[in-house]
Design a protein around this ligand. Structure first.
Ligand SMILES: NC(=O)c1ccc[n+]([C@@H]2O[C@H](COP(=O)([O-])OP(=O)(O)OC[C@H]3O[C@@H](n4cnc5c(N)ncnc54)[C@H](O)[C@@H]3O)[C@@H](O)[C@H]2O)c1
Length: 379
């Protein structure tokens, strides 16, 4: 029998956006073997999808209750060890909780839950289950993002004094300007998505990224969100001012109505010695900016990169690393944790990152609703 970690997937069916990213990423370093799951709410569709991807169908279940019951009945060495949750947001909490209570490791898509309260309950559940829990803030796995983190930690840009992160997309234009579509998509339905669309979907990536690369915690936010239509209940654009301390400040600019933008996620961190800038659509370049000096461009795979960055590079310099590689690195880190091997804490985002993300979403919406006022993030 294969000694690979046995993986199950919830959601991520043929009709989904994110499923393929997780399947490819999980297979990238030969550490996981996909054995089954619940790909869709409809069993026939799940089975048909499993057949499409050449997966045996005897471990495709009708729902999570059945998956847990049947898997726990298998001998330990055959059992699913880790389950990835790739469903719409409202299912993350009940599914993750049930999996943790039954001893499974969990890889959960962001946002972690639909409320901060649920996230705190999950934290307690994890304490007793003592399993591995990862939240897929996908972009933290890129080699040059890891390099940015390590350079800032080593003091190469000096003390951080300004942060500017932009996450612009335009895809919701198609939905938001059509009354019927904006009232039927799950992403704009608070029951399925939570209290926010844009801040929860991509603002939370920006928040997690800033704390990941800078090593700093955001203490307060002031948000100005846009809903565009009276009958739309969820933000689809926002500008959020950030305070780390009295003298360290920044901004998250995030939008799903930035017409023509695709996935323009740009992270700029300025210290008192130098600045670092990274762009998701050109992820192999990390720009080092210094007053009065020509800009330098760092690239993956070179020996000048940190150990953490190099661990996320598979081929020699000149072979571009993309989004699949970034998620692959996160899965690799999770595999090390499950196998009880040494790993760098930056190899995958954790429950704590997921909880802070949820707190950020609620505080940004609260700040906006209270008239754009400074609102504290919990410690
Ligand atoms: N990390 C990232 O960069 C990133 C990118 C996109 C989406 N996401 C997150 O991934 C999650 C899914 O997003 P998506 O865009 O793939 O959504 P989607 O609507 O495209 O796909 C959702 C999938 O879940 C399935 N599903 C629904 N109910 C189910 C149930 N009860 N049991 C099993 N499967 C069920 C659907 O059939 C579908 O296959 C969301 O939480 C989203 O925020 C993360």
């Amino acid at each position: 029998m294969s000694s690979k970690i046995k993986l199950g997937i919830l959601g991520g069916g043929g009709d989904s956006l994110i499923g393929v990213l997780h399947r490819v990423a999980s297979s990238m370093f030969d550490r996981f073997e996909l054995v089954g799951g619940v790909f869709n709410a409809n069993l026939d569709e799940s089975i048909s999808f499993a057949e499409d991807i050449g997966l045996a169908t005897h471990r495709i279940y009708k729902d999570l209750d059945t998956l847990i019951k049947e898997e726990l009945a298998l001998p330990q060495e055959e059992r699913m060890q880790v389950v990835s949750i790739l469903t719409p947001n409202f299912l993350h909490f009940p599914m993750a909780k049930q999996l943790l209570e039954n001893g499974f490791h969990v890889i959960c898509e962001k946002p972690l839950t639909t409320t901060y309260r649920e996230a705190k309950i999950l934290e307690e559940t994890l304490k007793t289950s003592k399993t591995v829990f990862a939240v897929t803030y996908t972009y933290t796995g890129y080699p040059m993002v890891r390099q940015m983190k390590e350079m800032i930690a080593a003091g190469e840009i000096g003390n951080v004094q300004k942060v500017d992160v932009q996450y612009y997309q335009g895809w919701i234009n198609d939905i938001i300007h059509d009354k019927e579509k904006r009232n039927t998509t799950w992403r704009l339905d608070p029951e399925k998505s939570g209290i926010s669309c844009c801040v929860a979907d991509i603002g939370t990536h920006a928040f997690g990224m800033i704390e990941f690369v800078s090593g700093l915690e955001i203490k307060e936010v002031l948000a100005d969100l846009n809903y565009l239509y009276k009958d739309n209940r969820m933000d689809i654009d926002g500008t959020i001012l950030l305070r780390f301390s009295q003298y360290v400040k920044g901004v998250i600019r995030t939008s799903q109505i930035a017409t023509g933008e695709e996935n323009n996620f740009t992270v700029s961190i300025y210290g008192d010695k130098a600045g670092l800038k990274w762009e998701q659509e050109n992820p192999n370049y990390l720009y080092l900016l210094e007053d009065g000096q020509p800009m330098r461009v760092l690239k993956p795979g070179h020996s000048y990169n940190s150990k953490l960055s190099l661990d996320g590079t598979k081929l020699p310099p000149g072979h571009p690393e993309g989004i699949f590689d970034s998620m692959g690195n996160i899965y690799k880190g999770v595999a090390k944790a499950i196998n009880k091997q040494d790993y760098h804490p930056g190899e995958f985002p954790t429950m704590k990152d997921g909880i802070r993300g949820m707190n950020f979403i609620e505080k940004a919406v609260e700040s906006h609703q209270n008239g754009n006022v400074w609102t504290k993030i919990d410690n």
